[in-house]
Design a protein around this ligand. Structure first.
Ligand SMILES: O=C1O[C@H](COP(=O)(O)O)[C@@H](O)[C@H](O)[C@H]1O
Length: 206
């Protein structure tokens, strides 16, 4: 079972404070860049807005979208487009997610989760594997989620697990039930598979 800490009823500001603390520690531990992967959807963006008001050297941060919808970056559904608009004016680099063989080891992997148990764009129908040899995949969710009915590109389970620590933000009681069951090993959904493979600390804000 994953070594998980659950922090209940956190505000976006609380999560931004936690992230700023972790990033500050990572910056202090190296002279090079600090590399993180972040989710899309809707949950992370108000947190990122607050995070970027914190006093850190954002030019040392490299941000990898954990997944995206296959749409132009100026489309309202583009995770990368939204991340670029927030992070780049602060000086951080935002990577374009394309099929490539290698991804870096992440200082932090921040994940969201859908109520169907998907993480990044690893939906249940795509049967994500802990021993997946590819780093990044193109996928088609089935069923297509009505709020974002697009083909996807996503980091795989091994790419997400190549990280020093994992952060989840899980909002809403339906998602919380799915997460708790996954953490207890009572489901085989993508989130449960990731948690089963996690050797690093996992922090979950609700
Ligand atoms: O489609 C996606 O959904 C999940 C969950 O998003 P949320 O807004 O319900 O938190 C997200 O983590 C993923 O990156 C995104 O592409």
């Amino acid at each position: 079972m994953a070594d998980a800490t659950i922090i209940e009823n956190a505000t976006d500001g609380d999560i931004a404070d936690w992230l700023a603390q972790r990033l500050g520690e990572a910056f202090a531990a190296t002279e090079g860049p600090v590399t993180i992967t972040v989710p899309g959807g809707s949950t992370p963006f108000p947190i990122i807005e607050q995070l970027l008001t914190r006093d850190l050297d954002w030019s040392r941060l490299v941000v990898w979208p954990g997944d995206d919808r296959i749409v132009p970056e100026d489309h309202e559904a583009s995770n990368t487009g939204k991340l670029r608009k927030l992070f780049e004016p602060a000086g951080a680099e935002v990577v374009t997610l394309t099929i490539m063989e290698q991804v870096p080891h992440f200082d932090l992997a921040w994940l969201g989760m859908g109520a169907d148990g998907h993480i990044a764009s690893l939906f249940p129908n795509t049967d994500p594997k802990l021993d997946e040899p590819r780093s990044i995949l193109r996928l088609t969710p089935d069923p297509l989620p009505p709020e974002a009915p697009f083909d996807r590109i996503s980091l795989t389970l091994p790419s997400l697990l190549a990280s020093d620590q994992i952060l989840f933000v899980i909002r809403g009681s339906d998602k919380r039930t799915v997460f708790d069951q996954a953490l207890a090993g009572k489901s085989d959904l993508p989130v449960a598979r990731l948690l089963a493979g996690a050797k690093q600390p996992v922090t979950c804000f609700t």
